[in-house]
Design a protein around this ligand. Structure first.
Ligand SMILES: [Zn+2]
Length: 258
C-alpha cells in the first residue's frame, strides 16, 4: 500500500472520529447519551447517513439543515478537519511499526481525542471537566513508561517525573492566590500532563507559545468586540495550552534547553 494512501485512510478515519468527538463534547454533562441517532439541533429531524459524512455533508448542505434551513455551526467541519489532519500528523510522528510502537500510536491518538473534547468544552463552557483532564493526566503519566521493542517498559528519569509538577505548580499557586480569577485549576492539571508528555524544556516552550498565541488572539478579540470586553473578558486558556503542545510536538521547537 503506497504511503500517501495510508495517510488518506488515516485522514478519513480521523474525520469520522472527529465527528463523534463533536457529539461527545456537545452531549457531555447534559444527560443526553451519545448512543441516540444524531438529530438537527433546531427541528429534531433525524439525520440521514449522507448528512453524517464528515466535512462533505457540511459543504453539500452549504452549512444549513436540509429541512428547516437552520445554520449548522462551523464547529463541526473545523473539528472534523483538525482531527483528520492531526491523526495523519500523529501517524507520521509515531508510526505503528512494531507492537510497542503501536501502543504509543494508540495512546497518542487517545490523548488527542480527549484533548479535542476538552478544547471544545472549554471554549463553550469556560471550564475543563475533571474526569476528562484527569484521564489525560493519567495517560500522559503512563506514556512515560512505554519504551521500544527492545525495552518495552522503561522507568522515566527523576527529571522527567518532576517536569509535570514543576511546570504545573506555579499555575496551581496562581489559581490559589487569585481564588480562580486569573487561572483555572483545570489549566494547572492540563499543564501537569503536558509537562509529562514533553519534559521540562519542551513543556516550557509549549507554555510560552500558549501565552503568546493567547495574548495575540485576546488583543484581536478585544479590538473587534470592545463591548464584550467592557463586561469582563474570560478567555479559556486550555485550548491555547493544547495548541502549544501540538505545535511543539510537530515542529520540535525548543526555546529553553534544560
Ligand atoms: Zn433542521
Amino acid at each position: 500500500m503506497p504511503l500517501y494512501f495510508t495517510f488518506i485512510l488515516c485522514f478519513i478515519f480521523g474525520t469520522i472520529i472527529g465527528s463523534f468527538l463533536n457529539v461527545l463534547a456537545l452531549r457531555y454533562n447534559t444527560g443526553v447519551t451519545v448512543r441516540g441517532r444524531s438529530k438537527c439541533m433546531s427541528c429534531a429531524k433525524t439525520l440521514t447517513w449522507v448528512e453524517l459524512v464528515p466535512i462533505l455533508s457540511f459543504m453539500i448542505q452549504r452549512g444549513a439543515c436540509r429541512s428547516c434551513k437552520a445554520k449548522i455551526s462551523w464547529q463541526y467541519p473545523i473539528v472534523e478537519f483538525l482531527s483528520g489532519a492531526l491523526f495523519v500528523l500523529l501517524f507520521m510522528l509515531y508510526p505503528p511499526v512494531s507492537l510497542v510502537a503501536s501502543i504509543v500510536t494508540a495512546m497518542q491518538i487517545f490523548i488527542l481525542c480527549i484533548l479535542m473534547v476538552i478544547t471544545i468544552y472549554d471554549i463553550k463552557h469556560k471550564i475543563i471537566p475533571d474526569p476528562l483532564v484527569w484521564t489525560f493526566v493519567a495517560a500522559a503519566f503512563l506514556l512515560m513508561f512505554v519504551g521500544n521493542d527492545t525495552n518495552p517498559f522503561v522507568v522515566p528519569s527523576v527529571m522527567q517525573l518532576l517536569s509535570g509538577p514543576i511546570l504545573a505548580l506555579p499555575f496551581a499557586l496562581l489559581w490559589f492566590v487569585s481564588h480562580g480569577e486569573w487561572m483555572g485549576l483545570g489549566d494547572a492539571k492540563l499543564i501537569l500532563g503536558i509537562g509529562w508528555m514533553l519534559g521540562l524544556g519542551y513543556g516550557l516552550t509549549a507554555l510560552t507559545m500558549a501565552f503568546w498565541i493567547g495574548a495575540i488572539f485576546s488583543l484581536i478579540y478585544m479590538a473587534v468586540s470592545y463591548k464584550t470586553f467592557k463586561h469582563g473578558l474570560q478567555i479559556p486558556f486550555g485550548p491555547y495550552l493544547i495548541l502549544g503542545l501540538y505545535l511543539v510536538m510537530v515542529t520540535g521547537w525548543q526555546l529553553f534547553v534544560i
